[in-house]
Design a protein around this ligand. Structure first.
Ligand SMILES: [Zn+2]
Length: 597
């Protein structure tokens, strides 16, 4: 397999000045091709790079400090196929000038320190032998010791068969090394280059916090020939390419070679723990309170009117707010399991210089975007993507901001099959224990469990024209009034607007909207949101993990706390040993059960 791949990816030379593109077969001028980082201007094909070319391309000039490897010969099986393994090794060394299929270095990307391990496919197809596994592991251990982010650049056909099962063990060893970086809160990045398969794909390549791929790069566990022969089916076009994988939630993003340095620099700046300052951003709302906390400062309004306002299509979406107030935003995609939900937007960026994680539902405004984003109703994959990014925030110590504008979680057959209820429940439990500040803002519609799944926060805010409700007024009307047209009556009864929710303590503060409403002036609306977030974060950032978690749990523990007291026999000191426990059966729950909506 490795031979076939290397042939396919070789760029044949036709004299010293001209090359044949391995993608479109166009004849390209060699110097121009090299200047374009070996990317074909005609078809965008990314030619393979050697490990040294990769390090030169990614790291700041003069920052590269190679970690020299001392390799001892390793041939545990005295393996011989058509030729002895040692002979193949010798040949690979002579051909590449490398000791092994990976080169490790310390360096900087736009000033951000990083430890890099870059694989080289020319060396026996980048196969994962013991020495390669050892190099990756030791690079991870250096990153751990120095608390520096780790970047892995992968290119591999899989395990190195010539080393037998010891090669397989490298998957376990490297995975454990990445796990230790997770425990220590050190950011890990992987850059997937073509091809990355087998044992490398099923260990360190996909365990990184953020997975970036070059366009067209293929990543998978089993090779296409093996799959086709096993299942005897035609594989879909683009199968296992980066484009296929980002759609199926496996990788975070695709970046052309020319953008890799800038992307990595942004991610390292925002995501490396040493850049997280606990310095408090200064709210810009000079003299004006960023938040309304007194319900009497809000006008008394018809609830149905509020619902209509909250649903206005012209209101800023999550991506609008991000574009206006979050700097250096990098969107991250996928739940690493099944899909990338377009109704959920997640990423890293900076708010007034403070690194943050932003997660929000995205509705869209045009018919095409609304339909493409499923009208802002997330699938289970959306909630699982949000959970993945929240765990990343917890790992690297970044505050979480959630922006909520959704009619609710998507109700559909596929969503139920994939466990919509489980996805929401797991988010609630996860958010309850996040050791970082969490601020949620209902910016439009806060619909039911699908909204709450992003709103288990230390501070829950809402925009002044937003609504937040257990069920849509129409849904409530259909169930309780047996008439969907009774929506206005239901809205009034449910009390869904900012004034009512501030009064009940479900929200802590209200973000003032411009006089005509957020839709009338996006910039003004975004600046009000920015000021509300910065002043709220200023209060939360100095708090330690325990205080944040306890505060969040206490906040949600109190809802309905006065409604019931269980009499605990032991605590009351009464002797109820042998009491008939059956008497406290389900019937005694009484008639007050809320109908599930
Ligand atoms: Zn081409």
């Amino acid at each position: 397999m490795s031979v076939a791949l290397s042939e396919r990816h070789g760029t044949q030379t036709r004299g010293p000045s001209w090359l044949v593109c391995g993608g479109c077969r166009a004849i390209v001028y060699a110097k121009k091709f090299t200047r374009a980082l070996r990317v074909c201007a005609e078809c965008g094909w990314h030619a393979p790079l050697t490990a040294h070319e990769r390090l030169t391309m990614l790291l700041d000039p003069d920052s590269v400090h190679l970690l020299e490897a001392v390799v001892s010969d390793n041939d545990p099986l005295r393996f011989v196929d058509s030729r002895p393994y040692v002979e193949r090794l010798r040949e690979a060394r002579a051909a590449t000038g490398l000791d092994e299929a990976v080169v490790c270095a310390r360096g900087r990307i736009d000033g951000n320190p990083v430890v890099v391990a870059a694989m080289d496919f020319r060396f026996m197809g980048g196969s994962l032998g013991a020495a390669v596994g050892e190099a990756i592991t030791q690079a991870a251990e250096i990153a751990l010791r120095e608390r520096t982010p780790l970047l892995l650049v992968t290119a591999s056909g899989g395990a190195r068969m010539q080393e037998g099962v010891l090669s397989l063990m490298q998957m376990a060893k490297t995975s454990q090394a990445l796990g230790q970086l997770d425990e220590a809160g050190i950011l890990t990045l992987s850059l997937i280059t073509d091809p990355t398969f087998g044992g490398v794909a099923a260990s360190f390549a996909t365990l990184a916090d953020i997975i970036i791929a070059e366009p067209g790069a293929r990543l998978g566990f089993a090779g296409q020939r093996v799959i086709a022969q096993t299942i005897r089916q035609t594989l879909p076009p683009g199968f296992q390419t980066a484009e296929f994988l980002v759609r199926h939630g496996v990788i975070d993003m695709i970046r052309p070679r020319a953008e890799l340095r800038a992307t990595l620099a942004r991610l390292l700046t925002v995501g490396s723990r040493r850049s997280v300052s606990r310095t408090v951003p200064a709210p810009r709302s000079a003299g004006r309170s960023a938040l309304i906390v007194d319900p009497d400062r809000l006008p008394e309004r018809d609830q149905w009117e509020s619902v209509r306002l909250a649903r206005r299509l012209g209101r800023p979406t999550t991506l609008d707010y991000i574009a206006l107030i979050i700097e250096d935003f990098n969107e991250l995609h996928g739940d690493r399991m099944s899909a990338d939900c377009p109704a959920m937007v997640c990423g890293l960026g900076c708010l007034e210089g403070v690194p943050v994680v932003v997660i929000g539902t995205q509705k869209g405004r045009t018919a095409a975007e609304l339909s493409g984003r499923n009208y802002g109703m997330p699938s289970p994959a959306g909630y699982r993507k949000a959970a993945r990014i929240m765990r990343l925030a917890a790992k690297i110590g970044l505050p979480v901001i959630t922006l909520i504008d959704t009619a609710g979680a998507y109700p559909g057959i596929e969503a139920e099959k994939q466990g919509q209820a489980v996805a929401i429940a797991e988010n609630l439990r996860l958010m309850a224990g996040l050791p970082v500040p969490v601020v949620a803002v209902v910016t439009g519609e806060g619909g039911s469990g699908g909204a709450l799944a992003l709103a288990f926060a230390n501070r829950v805010l809402m925009c002044s024209n937003a609504v937040y409700s257990v069920i849509s007024p129409e849904g409530c009307a259909a169930i309780l009034w047996k008439d969907a047209a009774a929506g206005p009556k239901a809205a009034a009864a449910l009390r869904v607007d900012a004034r009512e929710l501030l009064r009940s303590g479900v929200v802590d503060g209200v973000v003032p909207e411009p006089d005509g409403g957020a839709h009338s002036d996006h910039l003004l609306a975004a600046h009000a949101l920015r000021d509300a977030l910065t002043s709220t974060l200023a209060e939360l950032l100095p708090r330690d993990q325990m205080t944040l978690v306890t505060g969040r749990r206490t906040r949600f523990r109190q809802f309905g706390a006065h409604t019931l007291t269980l009499l605990d026999a032991d605590l009351d000191g009464a002797d109820l040993d042998g009491a008939d426990l059956d008497s406290a059966g389900p019937d005694s729950a009484g008639p007050g059960q809320k109908e599930s909506a």
